[in-house]
Each structure stands twice: as structure tokens, then as C-alpha cells.
Ligand binder design. Structure first.
Ligand code: ADP
Ligand code: MG
Length: 422
């Protein structure tokens, strides 16, 4: 009964969803726990609720800035003041003041990279970590072995922090990935809560289309005939705008487009309108969806397919959260393959972006530290987070940066040639 009471008081929910209570009970007992539950199942509550029972601070490792911000905002909106997101994009001043008042936080979200900062670890060592959480834990396996190697150091971090009980959460993992996570985090006697990620109320269809024109026609037909509300996913911003216009020309008025290039206010407004049933269709890129929790989405159309099967699962998972029958349709055209390939390439830094970095590293009298470069790239040049992480990895691999500063013995041109040739 006690758990229900906290659920009601802190989160205003009247009952637990599948799996939540059993998971929380294990955590309160101090066990290590591995969880696989589908997207939207409510995994966050599994560590947020114990935050109000366990003595100490819940430390959550989160892979992306946007996810972290989303969670921090959600807790704040529930009245939780003692929550913060710590990541390397935080300015020096903000980080410093957060670390000085580290004692006050009940929830601290961190990126795996920031846990390699001695200053951060030093601050965290001073407090009691009641629970060490790895959200989206498949990243350990998916990225850890490649370019975000700090994921593989989480076990060491955990031990430095007094080896608190650990909770690993994911919505997408094969049994091999699950074993890898457990191995990497060194979780003896782990309690596994593995649920099917199947969503039986979502019917999945792939429709082969011959030409782009047909694709547009088919999309119009679907949007007109299917029960809404619905989401149409595209892999380019321009296409979201184009299709929203085409749909309007075809008599579908309550339609909007949404992508990362819109102003924050516009994005919020469109989300709100969709959630409140003032819009029937959203044409969007994958920027739409995170933090949009709408129960009655009836269809998801993929005009372009995403570059990862995990993203596909996440995106169709936004349909039918109310349990009612829903539809996922992927429109596939032979040419789509080239598009997907070019998008994967687009996620990688291009020659121009590398030139920019090398200009900064070699020209300026005051060579930027790795952290300064990071802030520059992220804030001034708008490089995406994943792209920067990849660049940073290569800069360290080629020893352009050593221990966070420009390598004084560096032959910039050699490093540049090496990087551009990989
Ligand atoms: P996941 O991380 O598994 O994808 P989230 O933790 O983000 O899912 O939760 C998805 C949504 O479900 C959130 O809006 C959350 O508030 C809601 N939710 C979680 N638990 C419950 C519950 N017991 N009752 C009702 N809504 C819930
Ligand atoms: Mg989640």
C-alpha cells in the first residue's frame, strides 16, 4: 500500500502499470535489476519512485541531452525542485555551482562522458548514491564498443561511488545485448524483469510503392481514409513541410509540420495542439515524439524509413498506447535505400566541419581546450550531439587532444589526413 500512496502523492497516478511495482519492490530491497519494457511503458517511475523511499541520491546515466532535459523538466513540473542534469555542454559556471550544492539533489541526471571528469566524481563521492541507473542501457552495447567508450567505464564509476545497487533499463535489446549489459556493468545476482516488447494492438504493414508520385498519392489516401489522429514520419525537414502543404491542398486542414528547425515556442504549441486533439495529422521528422505522450494515436505512416530498426520501433510505439487497434504502415520505394544511406552519412562529420575544427586547433593563439571546443561546436556552430561525440572520439584517437588539451607535439596536417581518410 505504501508504494501506491507515493505513486498517488508524487506522480498523481492511481495504479501501477505492468511490471512497475515488482521492479520497484526489488529496488527497495537493494537488488541489482535489469529491465526490458516497451517504450512508453513507464520505465522512469521505476527509479523515480524509489527516489522518495531510498536514503540518498538517485544517479541516472542518460545518453542524450534532449532525453535528459525532458526528464528533468518532467520532474520539475511535478514539483520536484531537487533535480539537475549534468553534462559536458553545461557552462563552467553552472557546473561549478551545481557541484557545490550537490548535497541537495534527490535526482541527478548525467551523461556517461561527464562521469569521466575527476571534479564530478569527486563531488559525487561526497554524497550517498542510493541507486545507479542506466537508462537506455542498450547504448552500452550499441555505442559503447564503438565511439562512446565511456559507456564501458560505468562499472568503474559505480565502484568508485561505493558500488550502489544498479538498475539498467531498455526497450530494445536482444538477449545477447542484455547479457552484454549485465557483463559490462558487472551485476551479480541481477533480478531480471524482461517483458515482451511486442505491441499486439499495432498492426504492422509494409507497402511497396513504385514511384515518388505514387508515394505521395498513397499517403494522401491513407491520411484521408484512416481514423486519426496520426503521425507521418519523414527523414527530411523539407518533406514534412511539403507534405503538410499537399495534404492541406487535398482538404485535410488540421495538419501541421514539425521538425528540429522550428522555434521552441512553435514546437511546444504544435505538440500541445496535437495532444489536445486540435490537430489530426503531424508531418514530422524524428524530432517529434519524445515527451509526447498521447494515448489515442491511431496510425503511424513512414514516408521514409528510419536508419535504425530501434528508431522504427520507438516511432511506431507511439501508436495505440490506449490499447486500441492501431496501424503502422511503411511505404517502401526502391530509391529509399540511397536516401537512408545518405542520412547515415549526414550523421557523420563532413570535410568542412573537420576543417573548421582544425582551423580552431591550429590557428588560434589560444588553443581551445577540448571542453571549450565542445561548447563552441555545440553552441556556436550547432553541430549535433552525436556528430560531436564522434568527432571528439576521433580527435582523441588521433591524439590531437591529450587529457583535454591540444597536444603540443602535434603535426596537425598528419592528424587531419589520418582523420579524413578513416
Ligand atoms: P518509457 O521510459 O518506458 O518509455 P516513460 O517513463 O517515459 O516511459 O513513461 C511514459 C508515460 O507513461 C509518461 O507520460 C508517464 O507519466 C506515464 N506513466 C508512467 N507510469 C504510469 C502509471 N502507473 N499510470 C499512468 N501513467 C503512467
Ligand atoms: Mg524512458
Amino acid at each position: 500500500m505504501r508504494l501506491e500512496k507515493i505513486l498517488k502523492e508524487k506522480f498523481h497516478f492511481s495504479s501501477f502499470r505492468k511490471g512497475q511495482k515488482e521492479i520497484i519492490e526489488d529496488l527497495v530491497k537493494g537488488k541489482n535489476v535489469m529491465v526490458m519494457l516497451p517504450t512508453g511503458a513507464g520505465k522512469s517511475i521505476c527509479y523515480q519512485l524509489p527516489g522518495y523511499i531510498l536514503d540518498g541520491t538517485v544517479l541516472i546515466v542518460s545518453p542524450l541531452l534532449s532525453l535528459m532535459e525532458d526528464q528533468v523538466q518532467q520532474l520539475k513540473s511535478r514539483g520536484e525542485k531537487n533535480v539537475i542534469g549534468l553534462n559536458s555542454f553545461l557552462s563552467y559556471q553552472k557546473r561549478k555551482s551545481a557541484l557545490q550544492s550537490i548535497h541537495r539533489y534527490r535526482f541527478i541526471y548525467v551523461s556517461p562522458e561527464i562521469l569521466q571528469s575527476a571534479e564530478v566524481i569527486h563531488a559525487l563521492e561526497k554524497i550517498k548514491i542510493s541507486l545507479f541507473v542506466i537508462d537506455e542501457a542498450h547504448c552500452i552495447s550499441q555505442w559503447g564498443h564503438e565511439f562512446r567508450t565511456d559507456y564501458l567505464k560505468l562499472d568503474d564509476v559505480k565502484k568508485k561511488l561505493g558500488n550502489p545497487p544498479c538498475l539498467a533499463l531498455t526497450a530494445t535489446a536482444t538477449s545477447m545485448v542484455i547479457e552484454d549489459i549485465i557483463h559490462q556493468l558487472d551485476l551479480p545476482d541481477v533480478a531480471k524483469h524482461i517483458y515482451s516488447i511486442d505491441r499486439p494492438n499495432i498492426a504492422i504493414n509494409v507497402k511497396k510503392i513504385d514511384s515518388l508520385d505514387d508515394k505521395i498519392k498513397t499517403t494522401i489516401e491513407f491520411v484521408k481514409s484512416l481514423e486519426g489522429p496520426g503521425i507521418v514520419y519523414f527523414s527530411s525537414r523539407i518533406w514534412t513541410e511539403k507534405m503538410a502543404m499537399i495534404l492541406r491542398e487535398n482538404g485535410i486542414n488540421r495538419v501541421a509540420y514539425y521538425h528540429g528547425g522550428l522555434e521552441n515556442d512553435d514546437r511546444l504549441l504544435i505538440q500541445q495542439q496535437f495532444i489536445q486533439d486540435q490537430l489530426d495529422v503531424i508531418c514530422c521528422t524524428n524530432a517529434f515524439g519524445m515527451g509526447v505522450d498521447k494515448a489515442n494515436v491511431r496510425f503511424i505512416v513512414h514516408f521514409h524509413y528510419p536508419s535504425q530498426i530501434e528508431s522504427y520501433l520507438q516511432e511506431i510505439g507511439r501508436a495505440g498506447r490506449d490499447g486500441n487497434p492501431s496501424l503502422a504502415i511503411l511505404l517502401y520505394c526502391n530509391d529509399d535505400h540511397d536516401l537512408a544511406k545518405s542520412i547515415v552519412l549526414h550523421d557523420l562529420p563532413n570535410d568542412e566541419e573537420w576543417s573548421l575544427v582544425f582551423t580552431l586547433v591550429s590557428n588560434s593563439k589560444q588553443k581551445p581546450s577540448l571542453h571549450e571546443l565542445e561548447l563552441l561546436m555545440y553552441e556556436r556552430y550547432g553541430i549535433s550531439e552525436i556528430k560531436w561525440r564522434f568527432m571528439k572520439y576521433q580527435l582523441e584517437m588521433e591524439k590531437v587532444y591529450v587529457n583535454g588539451s591540444v597536444n603540443p607535439n602535434l603535426y596537425v596536417d598528419d592528424a587531419k589526413i589520418n582523420i579524413l581518410n578513416t
